[in-house]
Design a protein around this ligand. Structure first.
Ligand SMILES: [Zn+2]
Length: 216
């Protein structure tokens, strides 16, 4: 299955980039000078989203995003008998037997990108009070900036397509990077009849419109 998706920030989105030479403390991620959202960032959000949504689809989830902890979590999942959970079957787990079926391309901007500098105060982790002298400036992308990317699932059975599509629908409520929710809209898809079922088609219909811009 192949999904062509558009993505738009709802708030002021920052995907941090640790590189010197910029006039802000936390510049937005770039490749060759172009602001982009790395596929790994989108995939990470989708994985968390899939863990949250899996029980609602009757699927088994270890709930783990830290690779080192996955084996122990899977060993404790009785019905899996040492195999990986259904979320890790789609997103991959350490080890040769569990490569990722799901790939996410870089999300590139469509047209001009408007950025804003957002002053921010760091909070002390323990007290949530403002840390002294910890004012920093992050570079954020303004709402309405649109990005496009591609998600592929291969090999794909209907349950993999269902979990992928449900994870994208639910990812509209999952935070990405620093400061923000993002909206997703499905532009185009390719899937054979063996890869998707009626539930998948319902989720595809749901994704045909922006949630925050057209539904709410
Ligand atoms: Zn797992």
């Amino acid at each position: 299955m192949k999904l062509e998706l558009a993505l738009r920030p709802i708030g002021l989105l920052t995907i941090g980039y640790a590189a010197p030479g910029y006039l802000v403390d936390v510049p937005f991620y770039r490749i060759g000078g172009t602001l982009v959202i790395p596929g790994s960032t989108v995939k990470g959000v989708l994985r968390s989203s899939a863990h949250r949504i899996a029980p609602w689809l009757g699927m088994v989830s270890c709930g783990e995003v830290e690779p080192r902890e996955m084996a122990a979590k899977h060993a404790a999942l009785k019905p899996m008998k040492g195999e990986v959970c259904e979320v890790c079957e789609l997103f991959g787990a350490p080890g040769r037997r569990s490569p990722s079926r799901l790939r996410v391309s870089m999300f590139k901007p469509v047209g001009a990108v408007r950025t804003v500098k957002v002053p921010q105060v760091s909070l002390e982790d323990s007290t949530l009070r403002a840390a002294r002298g910890k004012l920093y400036v992050r570079e954020a992308i303004a709402p309405f900036t649109e990005f496009k990317g591609v998600i592929t699932v291969e090999p794909c059975e209907a349950k993999h397509a269902r979990l992928t599509l449900a994870a994208i629908v639910n990812a509209r409520f999952e935070p990405m990077g620093r400061g923000g929710l993002v909206d997703f809209k499905l532009l185009n898809y390719e899937a054979s009849n063996s890869e998707i079922d009626d539930q998948c088609r319902m989720l595809i219909d749901t994704l045909r419109r922006w949630f925050y811009y057209e539904v709410v």
